[in-house]
Design a protein around this ligand. Structure first.
Ligand SMILES: Cc1cc2nc3c(=O)[nH]c(=O)nc-3n(C[C@H](O)[C@H](O)[C@H](O)COP(=O)(O)O)c2cc1C
Ligand SMILES: Nc1ncnc2c1ncn2[C@@H]1O[C@H](COP(=O)(O)OP(=O)(O)O)[C@@H](O)[C@H]1O
Length: 323
């Protein structure tokens, strides 16, 4: 079955009616979320029906309190790619706005789950609430399912160490440059997309041209230097990247990627960038020669980190950053 991505339930194809559906924000689709998806696929398979994810964009938190924006681990495109790699039949990304947030929990069940999806079963994490004033608790959903005739499964959060795996824990790790910890909690190498824009044209003079990509609102990765793997169309490149440049204009800096063994004009193209490792924080050097010497050391370290890198698991293998 081909993977289907929808932004409205009016377009739901007939063969996806009667599915098992996982509902939630699922920012990052981390290992905790992945355990929910595994349960979803198992129940859907047992019932012989499709498995769908129902999620929302923008993140409800950014609709209720837009400033400062939340540090998103996955925008809609990334969530769709992950959902497909996880073997789901489709993802429905419903536009979330103030009007939608006023939907009563009863109406959400009646209109979306029963009328539009004809859901056979619904799976959520135990912390998921829906509908106006968050009245759609797991207990509410269970009772509604009993009345309307769909199964309801509520799954506990998965722990690692003494704490649950959560999107906020991963955001905190990335904002400290703890790439290895974040990737372990995610179960894949964290990635994001960016369109390559013009910078100050200084990079090529330093011997390190960098493809500059603007970061999304709320981006809070620690400023520093990273080993990366980048995808350009179907091609894969290794590289060393910098976020922040305190020696120069550092107002809302781009994420800058120097691709190894590469010499093409790629302005306007989209790079998918996966973080392989953290090398160091940003520094202010006494001159350009010192900066260039540091970039040389960074490049060697990045090549070594990438040479040692391997997919974290089956999902990571499917995401396309490892050939
Ligand atoms: C590997 C690497 C390390 C970097 N380290 C620093 C740094 O420590 N401090 C800094 O101010 N800028 C650093 N930068 C950013 C450079 O200053 C930036 O790439 C350069 O100014 C070119 O900018 P442009 O692409 O806008 O021309 C680094 C860039 C790279 C690729
Ligand atoms: N090895 C490379 N890595 C990244 N970009 C490269 C490379 N070789 C050529 N380029 C091109 O050069 C641009 C970066 O050069 P640079 O002097 O840093 O300019 P800018 O300041 O506009 O980013 C990239 O956007 C890309 O189009």
């Amino acid at each position: 079955m081909t993977f289907i991505r929808l932004s409205s339930l009016a377009e739901l194809p007939e063969h996806l009616r009667g599915a098992y559906v996982a509902i939630g924000n699922f920012d990052g689709l981390h290992r905790g979320h992945q355990s929910i998806i595994a349960a979803l696929r198992q129940s859907a398979n047992a019932a012989g029906v499709p498995a769908l994810m129902l999620t929302f964009e923008p993140h409800p938190r950014d609709v209720f309190a837009p400033a400062p924006f939340m540090f998103r681990l996955t925008q809609g495109d990334a969530k769709a790619r992950l959902a497909e790699a996880l073997g789901l039949d489709g993802i429905i990304i419903l536009p979330f706005d103030h009007a939608f947030s006023q939907t009563e929990a009863e109406d959400f069940v009646e209109t979306i789950l029963v009328d539009q999806l004809g859901a056979r079963g619904v799976i959520t994490g135990s912390d998921f609430h829906f509908g106006r004033q968050r009245r759609g608790t797991p207990a509410f959903l269970k009772a509604a399912g009993e009345r309307a005739g769909f199964a309801v499964e509520t799954l506990d959060l998965m722990d690692e160490g003494d704490e649950p795996i959560s999107s906020s824990r991963i955001r905190a790790a990335l904002s400290e440059g703890a790439v290895a910890a974040a990737n372990r909690l995610l179960g894949y190498h964290w990635f994001f997309d960016g369109c390559v824009v013009q910078g100050d044209q200084r990079g090529r003079e330093l011997g390190f041209p960098t493809a500059n990509t603007m970061t999304p609102n709320g981006f809070q990765l620690a400023q520093g230097v990273y080993a990366v793997r980048a995808r350009l169309g179907t091609r894969l490149f290794d590289g060393v990247a910098a976020y922040g440049k305190p020696m120069f204009d550092n107002q809302r800096p781009p994420f800058e990627t120097h691709l190894f063994d590469f010499d093409e004009d790629i302005y306007g193209q989209t790079l998918q960038i996966a973080l392989i490792g953290h090398i160091r924080g940003q520094e202010v050097f006494s001159g350009l020669d010192e900066l260039i010497a540091a970039m040389d050391r960074d490049s060697r370290e990045a090549r070594a980190l990438i040479a040692d890198a391997a997919p974290i698991g089956a999902l990571d293998e499917k995401l396309g950053f490892f050939g």
